[in-house]
Design a protein around this ligand. Structure first.
Ligand code: 16G
Ligand code: ZN
Length: 531
């Protein structure tokens, strides 16, 4: 049987419902799990082709992140552990939507366009989250890989960032770490323990953190990692999946959108808490003050804490490396202002979606990127990593510089540079707070968020809205931006924008102003203008 006959035969067992059309969206395919079997098989095929093309290991993660438990989805991971390149997102959509009888032709199209050598070996890493549907769907991916004669390595239950990490380890021959879950824990925990040595005399209270695992994979993996941390972090884990439903009234997305603590977490005043999302690539922190008021520390606060820490260390080390922070239009105006005016850090604003932030961050020596929703990481250029390593080993450097360089070195090792990672970000934040001797209240007080409001508006066709300037201005329909400008002028310290969602059939509205009432009113008025 030829390869193509095999694909044809197997694809019948993963047949596509006629007429169903799905897009490889901002973060891969995502919809009700019942509609995804053929997509998974076909993404197995595509991953096999991408592996042949790049002569590298490719990753396929089965997850729908913060979506409800009934949904599922799939993301492809490129050789350096980053998200798959945009041209291949198009092939993904092409393959996904080919009717059953057109699948082989679509496949051959990709092979021809990309001039793929079909005798090349295939290596694909596969992972899945804890959804009940993930098991069957990841089998469908494996089926796709093997019908093109490929070898799929199934990592089973892992977080999305763990799979990204392992793909990078594999393709860099171990330079980045060992491509196993234990290798991941070892690398991160070693760096974390080294960093916390710079914060001696921490009390057990200071080492204590409440974690909301969103009833997902992050909870499982945090339990596994705990022994590696040698009590330098003492976790009380809630929503660990033992009874609650995934992402239901808990998790990072719930906390950020609802601006309230998750269900099922017992927090006392001032206690430091964080929430992961359903595949553990996002994190937000929060606490209740003594008056019972809830305070959220989102991606903007995290980016500020981390970039400040890095900048201080670079100064101490005497290293002339540029730190930049990449944000989206959703970044709170106070954070941008603080970073630019007080920290004198370069700030870049890009379109929503991790791939845009990641890409922009690659342009700097050190690029810190975070979406306000808590997805983010730090990228170090090769030159920056080398400068740090050299200084750490330099026999002529003075102790202060050397010590700063070693801290930077361990920081680099603690960060998952492939993608935002709740476990890695959590350890970094805990280490930074410990080293700087900051409580969560002190961190929160670095700047005060402007009150903001997000709304979504259902319209007949959201694609009539087109934006520019990193989604901060609408270019169509005619007159909309002028209307928004006029509304914004009515309020102090105000800003507002609209953009079509990339994941839902809605238009999103964002507004901020001097008071919560004004932010609410402005958001409401703008949504009326959209409608
Ligand atoms: C996806 C993106 C996230 C973005 C969100 C916006 C990735 C991995 N995830 O979840 O970064 O914030 O979409 O959704 O890129 P929206 O377009 O519906 O507002
Ligand atoms: Zn996620």
């Amino acid at each position: 049987m030829t390869q193509f006959e095999k694909v044809s035969q197997r694809s019948v067992q993963h047949s596509k419902p006629a007429g169903l059309v799905l897009q490889y969206g901002t973060a891969g395919f995502r919809t009700n799990a019942k509609q995804l079997d053929h997509i998974m098989f076909r993404m197995g095929l595509l991953a096999a082709l991408r592996s042949k093309k790049t002569k590298s290991t490719i990753g396929v993660m089965v997850t729908a992140s913060h979506n409800p438990e009934e949904d599922n989805g799939v993301k492809l991971i490129d050789p350096m552990g980053e998200m798959v390149t945009p041209a291949w997102e198009e092939y993904a959509t092409l393959l996904a939507n080919a009717e059953q009888e057109g699948l082989l032709a679509a496949l051959k199209d990709v092979i021809e366009t990309e001039a793929i050598n079909m005798s090349q070996d295939v290596s694909v890493f596969i992972g899945k989250d804890t959804r009940p549907s993930s098991e069957g769907l990841s089998q469908a991916v494996l089926d796709g890989v093997s019908s093109l004669g490929g070898h799929g390595h199934d990592y089973g239950l892992v977080t999305t960032p763990q799979l990204h990490f392992m793909v990078r380890c594999q393709n860099t021959q171990g330079c980045y770490g060992t491509a196993t879950v234990d290798g991941y824990y070892q690398k991160l925990s070693k760096a974390y323990i080294q960093l916390t040595k710079h914060a001696p005399n921490r009390t057990d209270d200071q080492k204590h953190l409440l974690v909301d695992g969103a009833n997902g994979i992050g909870a499982l993996k945090l339990r596994e990692m705990e022994p590696f941390l040698q009590k330098e972090l003492q976790v009380s884990l809630f929503n660990d999946g033992s009874s609650g439903k995934l992402n239901f009234q808990c998790g990072a997305d719930y906390v950020k959108v609802q601006q309230r603590p998750p269900q099922g977490v017992q927090m006392s005043a001032g206690e430091r808490c964080c929430s992961f999302d359903g595949d553990a690539d996002r994190i937000v922190y929060y606490y209740n003050d003594s008056a019972g008021q809830f305070h959220l520390l989102d991606g903007d606060k995290i980016a500020t804490l981390i970039s400040t820490f890095l900048k201080e260390l670079l100064n101490q080390a005497g290293l002339d490396l540029q730190v930049a922070v990449v944000q989206t239009a959703y970044a709170n105006g106070s954070s941008t202002n603080y970073l630019e005016e007080t920290m004198k850090v370069t700030v870049r604003c890009v379109k929503t979606g991790v791939k845009h932030l990641h890409h922009a961050a690659q342009e700097f020596d050190i690029g810190v990127y975070f979406e306000a929703n808590g997805h983010g990481t730090v990228l170090f250029s090769k030159a920056a990593e080398e400068a740090i390593q050299q200084l750490a080993l330099d026999p002529n450097a003075n102790d202060e510089k050397k010590s700063a360089a070693r801290l930077l070195e361990n920081t680099v090792n603690l960060i998952n540079q492939t993608v935002g990672d709740a476990l890695s970000d959590m350890l970094l934040i805990e280490a930074v707070l410990a080293i700087k001797g900051l409580t969560i209240q002190q961190w929160d007080a670095i700047y005060t968020d402007l009150p903001s409001r997000q709304l979504k508006v259902k319209v007949a066709d959201r694609r009539v809205i087109d934006t520019t300037d990193a989604e901060r201005r609408a270019v169509s329909p005619a007159g909309l931006q002028e209307a928004i400008d006029a509304l914004v002028k009515k309020y102090k310290m105000s800003r507002a924008f609209v953009r079509p969602s990339g994941t839902e059939d809605v238009v999103r509205v964002y507004a901020e102003a001097d008071t919560q009432e004004n932010a609410d009113a402005l958001a409401h008025e703008v949504s009326v203008a959209v409608y």
